[in-house]
Design a protein. Sequence first.
Length: 484
Amino acid sequence: MAQNQNANADCAVGKQNDSSSVLGMGDGDVHTHNSTSSVPPNGCLQTHYRNIVDTHTFRTFSPPWWAKNRHVQTVYGSGALMQKIRGGLHTQERKVVERFRRQRWETPDGDFFDVDFLMHEETALAHAGDMGTSSSSSNAHVREQSFFDMCAEYCSYPSTEIENRFDRKIDAALPPICIIMHGLEGNSRSGTCARLAKTLFDAGFDVVLPNFRSCSGEDSRHLRAYHVGFTTDLNFLTRRFFDIDRRRRYYITGFSLGGNVTTKFLGELGDTETVETRSPGDAVSPFPSRNIFGGCTWSVPLDPYMCQPVIDAPGFNRWVYAGNFLKTLKRKATEANKRFPGQFDLNKILQAKSIYEFDHNYIAPVWGYTSAQDYYIQNRGKKFLSKIKVPYVCINAIDDPFIDPACLPTQEQIDRKFDFDQETPSPEDTETVSPSPPPPVRLVYHAHGGHGGFLSGCVEGNWWLPREICQYFLHVDKQMCQLL
């Protein structure tokens, strides 16, 4: 991978050299897009999206000499160790978390999940014009509402039909919204999420951080909470967001378990519907479903079946990593047993010494899988990669102590739409006539980085991976907006 010559360029909207930049957030910025651009024919969209992914230059991660060990990268680089020593987040992380605003989203099945927002509200209010109503009083009411306020109207009513308030199509002048999905037993206010949220927000993105059920400080109302392939809530949230404000552009990024969920969701969405119209009379849009313009995942166990033996390996991995997860997982299972007695064997769960034993005795039976192996295989993110239809990149470290490098797919396998269930290429790849274009998916692997670490120094705010993700999304958004 070539070294990016602009690695130190400001990761901020409105500081790009190209005059066709559409993401400017500075006061008085004029927001335009390239009027000479044209929408590719529908059959060429996937090729165009793939070109967007391939033309971005990713930097090569080079750790300092003292941080080449995978466990140093993971424990120190993720901020978990220092957070435990200090009893809290770094100063910059804490300040950004203090700006979060939280909503509780009720779900159609009677449960809930909490969502944090970090929004440029003044921008959302300034561009809230052109409402699809005839009443001036109604228009005035909508103008007073930010995206956060509009979401607040509906978050407690999961079955309420959302009024389509805007006649306008996608508005390149509005800040894009990035959804961040956290990892196993993490939450939206972890150091990992806070660092990425600040980087994206400073670059002009609005940021939304959902918590998986039971991860925001209060247990799920149901026996089932979430798992490595649980996409139900992300599917619900993105559908509601699209209905609330169809002018917005949405991106999704996820880490670890959240990365696998993101990958699976984007594959499911691409497999079921490629395009959604804005209203019954609209022409077909060149953009994918729900205005989801792209995705990025990192430190992703794309094959939980092959990765489980790694995290459960005797020694440091089982003692530190698996042991840390099991503490909270067992506590939640104990509480669930009080409310739902007899639904699982609590003794086996409390005796579990590995993630596999916990998944086999709790997650698998509760979610209807025949075994932990069945659960892992059915939720392998890598088998959904070839179904993704938006610009997507997956960033992993070969030395990640949670991941078996042998399970990481190759770019050739993705381009040939390899069937990981059958361990064969896609049937259409064997055809000699008009094979479909490769998916807009790119895999970026680094020799070092650990699990969610990518520690490049010891100075607070020197966050290598958040800047890398931010630069990628800026590139994708600029190119996608030229189609407007």
